[in-house]
Design a protein around this ligand. Structure first.
Ligand code: SF4
Length: 299
């Protein structure tokens, strides 16, 4: 890294890189998408890991990648099978987008996940973050990978605050770019992400086990409390999301179209259930069959 880095003085920056990467060498979890870091494996894992913890992703990922080891394998099946295999991961529109991305990869790139950042970004469901993750983790490229874990670590160590802003700011992106090492940027990306996931967690950071305790500005400042907008809780009971989840579970478990009466039986509030079902149809996650039945799309 150059001596004129605007984010941290060169000696602190060099220590930050060294200490986090060295820690990662001994602490990195043995995850299947790291063992086989093909572009497709990384892509599938990143779609699944959005807003979902590793422990819930692991079994679904293993089954998925065994059944569909390439984009071509997934694209050859009806989209409803992708929705079914998504199981209880939540936010099942991600399954639709992953299937659409696989189809686009087959149509535009002969079944190979593209390597250029622009081609990745042009795929359905692939934004800056996922394109950067594939570039970094699969291709060993130099990209600014900013997930919630990385953002929290940088907010604490560099900016001295407990949490970053709700959405990525230009200032934050400048900091993350300034921190990116010239070499081993892909290891740095994975290491900072792992530090946020395992040590510098949102609610109870384990500072005693942290490799950068002495560099952390939030800690040095005495852990000032977050003064930004309240962070959103994950309400679930009684929500439309819970209702959608119940309806999807019935359809996933069925091998044939399901009569509406069976869906009516799993949620007592008529208005909420109808709204949820309409939403699932509008999202393309469910298809009406005839006048009184529903199924996963294309199944
Ligand atoms: S010292 Fe604590 S708050 Fe600072 S980066 Fe490490 S774990 Fe996070």
């Amino acid at each position: 890294m150059t001596s004129s880095n605007p984010v941290l003085p060169p000696d602190r920056l060099a220590r930050f890189h060294h200490d986090v990467i060295e820690w990662f060498g001994g602490a990195a979890r043995d995850l299947p998408w790291r063992r086989d870091a093909s572009a497709w494996a990384v892509m599938v894992s990143e779609f699944m890991l959005q807003q979902t913890p590793v422990s819930r992703v692991l079994p679904v990922y293993e089954t998925w990648i065994e059944r569909w080891p390439t984009p071509t394998d997934l694209a050859a099946e009806p989209v409803g099978e992708a929705v079914r295999a998504w199981g209880r991961l939540g936010y099942p529109r991600r399954a639709l987008r992953l299937h659409a991305a696989a189809t686009a990869i087959v149509e535009r790139h002969g079944g190979e996940v593209p390597t250029s950042f622009e081609d990745l970004l042009a795929l359905p469901g692939v934004g800056d973050y996922t394109a950067a993750a594939i570039t970094s983790f699969a291709h060993g490229g130099r990209a600014v990978v900013m997930d919630t874990n990385v953002r929290r670590v940088f907010a604490r160590v560099v900016s001295g605050v407990e949490f970053p802003a709700t959405a990525v700011t230009a200032a934050e992106r400048r900091i993350a770019t300034g921190l990116l090492p010239d070499e081993d940027a892909h290891v740095w990306a994975a290491a900072t992400m792992e530090l946020g996931a395992l040590v510098c967690t949102a609610r109870s950071p384990r500072c005693a086990a942290c490799p950068v305790t002495d560099l952390c500005r939030w800690r040095a400042a005495g852990y000032p409390e977050h003064d930004g907008p309240a962070r959103r809780g994950q309400a679930w009971e009684g929500t439309d999301r819970q209702c959608r989840g119940r309806l999807m579970a019935v359809l996933r478990d069925a091998s044939a179209p399901v009569l509406k009466a069976r869906l009516d039986a799993v949620w007592p509030d008529d208005a909420q259930r109808e709204r949820a079902l309409d939403g699932l149809v509008a999202d393309g996650l469910v298809e009406p069959v005839g006048t009184d039945a529903f199924a996963l799309p294309g199944t």
